[in-house]
Design a protein around this ligand. Structure first.
Ligand code: B12
Ligand code: SF4
Length: 435
């Protein structure tokens, strides 16, 4: 069988989407052929050409909520030009199954772990685990997310869709996809609840090292970016110690990882340095300790951040911070505190985002009335880099005019005491000041 995947990009570059990578690896293992059609913007000619060249038996669309309006356009068009089944998976159908199933052109949605059900569907089985079919919506079978260590990921499907000139210098790698925490601004907790992902499946050390060795050989990458939402949770010190020991013996490339401030003590800082870590990414989220810990359920104190930043500087590891303004109950005072605290922490890189309350978050009812959807160019590079995107795009050989017309909608909070316009102005001024 031939399975064509569509996945959405909000910048003009292909990166790895683990959901598609996991599905594609399983399909290939069972002798099927897969291909990725990256969706940067709506282009009927490109989609038609790909369909006529690849002749898929099944089309799979993978989407977060960011891509809802794009899924609607795409599925409707695909249904007009082909009879093959169109399946929709990813965070969007998991969290909003009713809306996802109602989309014109979609035949079935996946509302949990997707591998087993996709193989069952392709083998012609009547019900596929974790899938709901539009023509028989009441008969479905739900199973928890597997607690097994995570399976293989197919990187080739992405590499083949990249222009030949593209070099992967920094390789994205996941040893896990979730974490044990329940921050209220992240869908992790809700996804875990719906899909039964109660534990944190993690790749075993040897598999991860072997996969990395193969990928490095294939891509000639010179750095690794561990994209695990959290590289080390509270119960994972042993895993990380063992993994990093093997990593520094057998891979030894400089790397980046995501950690929480309260996990960085002297021992971990030394271990990171010794094993090649050159940058740690941390979510400060907000400079207001009350908002961070009482509302966002983060449990990292200001002191944790001050200590972590100091320890990382002592061992000469860079700190990259993510923070947000425009959170629920934000005030000018708390936003200023966030911007000042970032500077106190002497981060070498900072991303100050405007909070986006996507579906699936824990949010007070009285705050929900302030959610507003903002229309924005779909491709961030167009927004951020202006004309430069043309150079970037040349490798992909796409149409600048069409790309420029593509819009997505993202949610923000427009609160009386902290309107969205204020957040946008503060964000712009902050980035102008620090860069
Ligand atoms: C890795 C990751 C990324 C990666 C890859 C994104 C991607 N599209 O795969 C990168 C860094 C690119 C990324 C970017 C963004 N992300 Co992100 N990301 C994650 C993260 C940490 C893990 C997701 C993951 O890979 N899980 C593991 C895989 C195996 O699971 P999966 O994708 O759900 O796939 C399984 C099933 O859903 C199903 N399935 C998936 N696709 C398909 C397709 C078909 C046809 C079928 C049948 C089944 C199927 O089978 C898979 C295997 O079981 C989550 C947080 C979390 N812990 O979930 C946030 C998360 C998904 N991201 C989020 C957001 C908001 C974004 C951005 C919009 C951020 C931004 N403002 O730019 C962008 C969107 C980019 C994009 N084009 O999708 C939100 C989504 C919220 C929402 N309600 O939609 C999450 C939930 C985090 C949060 N804030 O709560 N992200
Ligand atoms: S924000 Fe990070 S630490 Fe918090 S629940 Fe999400 S992935 Fe886990």
């Amino acid at each position: 069988m031939r399975i064509l995947f569509f996945s959405f990009y909000n910048k003009f570059d292909i990166d790895i989407h683990p959901g598609v990578a996991v599905l594609s690896a399983a399909l290939k293992k069972h002798g099927h052929k897969t291909k990725l059609q990256p969706y940067f913007y709506y282009d009927e000619e490109i989609f038609k050409k790909t369909l006529s060249e690849f002749q898929p038996n099944v089309i799979g669309i993978s989407a977060t909520h960011m891509a809802v309006s794009q899924v609607k356009k795409l599925a409707k068009f695909l249904k007009q030009i082909t009879n093959v089944p169109i399946l929709l998976g990813g965070v969007f159908p998991i969290l909003s199954s009713k809306e996802a199933l109602s989309i014109e052109g979609i035949d079935a949605i996946c509302i949990g772990e997707g591998v087993d059900g996709l193989l069952q569907f392709i083998n012609g089985e009547k019900t596929a685990t974790n899938y709901i079919f539009k023509d028989n919506p009441n008969e479905y079978k739900i199973e928890n997310w597997s607690k097994e260590p995570i399976s293989d990921m197919d990187y080739d499907i992405f590499i083949e869709a990249m222009p030949p000139s593209k070099k992967i210098n920094k390789l994205d790698y996941w040893t896990s996809f979730t974490c044990e925490y329940g921050c209220s601004f992240c869908c992790n907790k809700e996804i875990r609840r719906i899909t039964g992902l109660s534990s944190k499946p993690r790749q075993d050390v040897n598999t991860a090292i072997e996969n990395l060795q193969q990928l490095i050989k294939k891509t000639s990458a010179s750095k690794i970016h561990f994209r695990d939402p959290l590289f080390m949770g509270p119960s994972e010190r042993c895993y990380v110690k063992e993994f990093l020991k093997e990593y520094s013996k057998k891979i030894a490339l400089p790397y980046i990882c995501n950690l929480r401030a309260n996990s960085i003590d002297d021992e971990i800082a030394q271990l990171l340095k010794k094993t090649g870590c050159y940058k740690v990414k941390m979510g400060l989220e907000t400079g207001s300790e009350v908002i961070r810990n009482k509302l966002l359920h983060k449990a990292d104190t200001d002191e944790d951040f001050i200590n972590a930043s100091k320890r990382l500087r002592e061992v000469d590891i860079k700190l990259s911070l993510n923070a947000m303004i425009g959170l629920a109950y934000e005030t000018l005072e708390s936003a200023n505190r966030t911007m000042n605290f970032i500077q106190e922490l002497k981060a070498t890189k900072v991303f100050l985002h405007i909070f986006q309350p996507w579906p699936g978050l824990e949010l007070d009812n009285e705050i929900r009335q302030y959610i507003k959807y903002i229309k924005s160019p779909a491709l961030n590079d167009i927004l951020v880099a202006g004309k430069k995107v043309k150079e970037f795009m040349s490798g992909y050989n796409y149409d600048f005019e069409k790309a420029n017309k593509e819009y997505i909608y993202y949610p923000v909070l427009d609160q009386p005491q902290f309107p969205f316009d204020l957040a946008a102005r503060l964000q712009r001024e902050f980035h102008e000041r620090i860069y």
